[in-house]
Design a protein around this ligand. Structure first.
Ligand code: S3P
Length: 161
């Protein structure tokens, strides 16, 4: 069985779609952020604040190295490290959940659990543009998610893999 990696910007629904895929395909599901919180015993905001973004990126790399044979919801910054991409390409298929910034902004309007979202509107836009370019570049398949339920998106993924 190949590993299915879900990539996309913060708030694009990787975790909820991953859980819907888990129901449809009866395959294990892992969320890299939750995995990191479990192995460190600490929250993502605390890791960013106490150890910095680079330390968090190394934990993400460790997650990608250790996890496989599952549906894996990655963090939005997984595309920041080329090593992650190489490993994901070797082990499985990369699915990009493409969500508009408008939709993401609505979903995350009261969110304070994501350090890289706690910035100005123009910084968010810049990060979104930069990341979208990377997601498009590395994805094997792209699925638009606006105005679809997580179950519809999961079904579309099953049809296309
Ligand atoms: C991040 C996205 C977050 C989490 C961390 C950093 C990013 O995950 O990994 O806050 O760099 O975009 P989600 O994409 O699940 O929000």
């Amino acid at each position: 069985m190949k590993t299915i990696y879900l990539i996309g910007f913060m708030g694009s629904g990787k975790t909820t779609v991953g859980k819907a895929l888990h129901e449809l395909l009866q395959l294990p599901f892992v969320d890299t952020d939750q995995w990191i919180e479990e192995i460190t015993g600490d929250s993502i905001p605390n890791i960013f604040q106490l150890s910095g973004e680079e330390a968090f990126r190394l934990l993400e790399l460790q997650a990608i190295q250790e996890l496989s044979k599952a549906i894996i919801a990655t963090g939005g910054g997984i595309v920041e490290k080329e090593d992650n991409i190489e490993m994901m390409k070797q082990k499985g298929i990369i699915i990009y959940l493409k969500t508009s910034l408008k939709e993401i902004s609505q979903r995350l309007q009261n969110d304070n659990s994501r350090p890289l979202w706690q910035t100005s509107i123009s910084q968010r836009e810049q990060l979104y543009q930069k990341r979208c370019h990377l997601y498009e570049k590395y994805a094997d398949k792209t699925i638009s998610t606006d105005e679809k339920t997580s179950y519809q998106i999961a079904q579309e993924i099953v049809q296309r893999i």
